[in-house]
Design a protein around this ligand. Sequence first.
Ligand code: TXA
Ligand code: MG
Length: 313
Amino acid sequence: MHTVLTTSPIEAAEFIRNGGIVAFPTETVYGLGANIFDAKAVAKIFKAKRRPADNPLIAHISNVEMIAQLSDDITPHAQRFIQGFFPGPLTIVLNKKADVPSIATAGLETIGVRMPRFAVAREFLAACGTPVVAPSANLSGRPSPTTWESVLEDLDGRIDCILQSDPAEIGVESTVVDCTSAIPLVLRSGSISIEQLRSVVPETEIYQMAGCEAPKSPGLRHRHYSPRAVVTVIKNVDGLIFEEKTGFIGLSSPAIVFERQLVCSDAEEMAHSLFEFFRECDRNGIEKIICQSVEESGIGTALMDRIKRAAEQ
Ligand code: TXA
Ligand code: MG
């Protein structure tokens, strides 16, 4: 398959309307989209990404009215999250309507819904004229792509089109909050912090997987965000010694200079740069990446979640 590169949201949307799959930019990371009501197109996403079939997809919309096509059970908590954070980097999980194909939700009776705030994403989604399911546009297990070049690196020849735009502003994926039970549960941390969610629904909790129960968010089971290099986490840079083929990313400057090194001014900048730094290290034959930990509040919670998962081998 030849992958078409374009900067036109209209041209990219044409591929969706014709049953194709298209990578497009959002404020979090680039997504790989298909028409949610076209089960054959949705199947192509799983194949192109080599994504396990048990991992559900998020439906992306360009306006709030579109939610009615996906769910007729918008709970009062969900309504408050929509009012507070749509459009933006928040995914709400709702009970799905019967005509949403089960391949999109990996057999679950629920559907994740998100309205991106990035203007190019919204133009593209509006031109598609339908909710678009989209996981991150990386090969399964690899770091999520925050640039169109990284999408091309993973998916060239495997997808119909890439809508080229700026690097993603935020750099980590959306927060996923389940609104189908009495208390909203955060299934995946992201750029909307638990503190922000609680400012709208104070009883919101972080989901803790209980022993043998099936996980509420199947994606959490899978190995994720991993560069080829081995990732290790440290707190303090003082004791670091030079090692060959090693990279460093953190908020403090080590006394020595590593072959690849990124010292960020705050957690936001580090979140913005983390996945691209992982890929940059892989492109340059780096075998070990040292990540300095950050405080787990605000976006720091999501950042540490991604770093810890990348460090699990
Ligand atoms: O920022 C984002 O959310 C990006 C951009 C493209 O929008 N998308 C993204 O999708 O990160 P993906 O597929 O890489 O991650 C989706 C996560 C997975 O952990 C999945 O298990 C969870 O959301 N999820 C999706 N639908 C769900 C549902 N119905 N119930 C529980 N978890 C769900
Ligand atoms: Mg992903």
